[in-house]
Write a protein that binds this ligand. Sequence first.
Ligand SMILES: NC(=O)c1ccc[n+]([C@@H]2O[C@H](COP(=O)([O-])OP(=O)(O)OC[C@H]3O[C@@H](n4cnc5c(N)ncnc54)[C@H](O)[C@@H]3O)[C@@H](O)[C@H]2O)c1
Length: 345
Amino acid sequence: MPKTLGVGFVGAGSISDLHAPGYNEKSNSKIIAYTDVNAELAAVKAKKFGAETSYPTVEQLLKDDRIDVVDICIPTAYHAKVAVQAAEAGKHIFVEKPMARTVKECDEMNAATKKAGVKLMVDHDLIFFPPFVQCKKLITEGGVGRLIRMRAAHMAGHRYGGWRNDPNITGGGLLIEGLVHPLYLSRWFLGELEEVSAMTGRTDDIPKAEDVVTIMLRSKDSWGTIDANLNGPPPLWDDHLEFVGTKGMLIANGAETQIIRGPPLMHYHDGLWTMYREQTYESWPFPNEIEWSYPKAFVYAEREFLSSITEDREPRVTGADGRRIIQIVEACYESASTGRTIKVS
Ligand SMILES: NC(=O)c1ccc[n+]([C@@H]2O[C@H](COP(=O)([O-])OP(=O)(O)OC[C@H]3O[C@@H](n4cnc5c(N)ncnc54)[C@H](O)[C@@H]3O)[C@@H](O)[C@H]2O)c1
């Protein structure tokens, strides 16, 4: 029986609430402590999610020997500093997306984890979202023939608030804070991305950076587009994906989408549409039923990371993967500012 892994949260804000349920006996882990610059919030969350304690500082949390894994859920600007501290304290690191603001910060994180011999996984959670996992399976099995095109939507029916409006903290605007998701999905489905072209825009003065983005992508054999903005009427949200291949098509209805509440997944092949339904009973799935739960993506991502520790192997999303996505983000910003298509070597 592998040892139960102790988890310490750095950051007790909104996304940490979606992480907490994944740390339980099913994943051989337990939450030991929280820390947050808002010490009161850390104490509240410790109580709510059954942690043993809360600490006023990151340094104190890192001294707790019961903690094997540090889960970093703080604004992007602070990811690198805390990850380096955690690695130096000998802790494994699960860090929220985007890995960091710049490739340079990602390099600091990867150097520290390599030196300390600890594991790091970036939370590219939608790679674990069941309808997208099913898309990957169908594409790999030839269910659309040769994959030619992928189209990703990212429309949030709300404006960013708080730290997300400050480019010094996020590293930019919608492109880095939101579009890391469709970028890592595009790389996962299309293969390594080789070339990008991006246009960005600002529709008013509230965000201090872009809130409209269009991206074109090319891999060795396929093409993709990302169509994104923060301008829809609240609370609409759209993050659906579409795939076109020589023998079929897939439309996956997204994790947080509230626009097209149709089936979670539709597959066109051999002249017919297969419609997937949302799974009703967890332990009793019907044919063509699929789990359609955004929070489950976080649980599955965490299970993967914890298994990689007990099995002593690389996690599915490494620090190199996180860095590559930030490199692509930087190429998109360069394209938007120069008007050129950028090769991402
Ligand atoms: N995977 C996803 O889909 C997803 C969704 C939302 C947010 N995120 C990412 O998660 C991270 C956190 O976002 P959030 O929505 O939880 O933000 P949030 O503002 O709700 O929470 C952040 C918390 O971190 C605390 N904090 C700030 N600086 C700190 C520091 N140096 N040390 C300790 N605590 C600190 C704040 O007090 C706050 O409680 C960001 O990187 C964000 O991009 C990912």
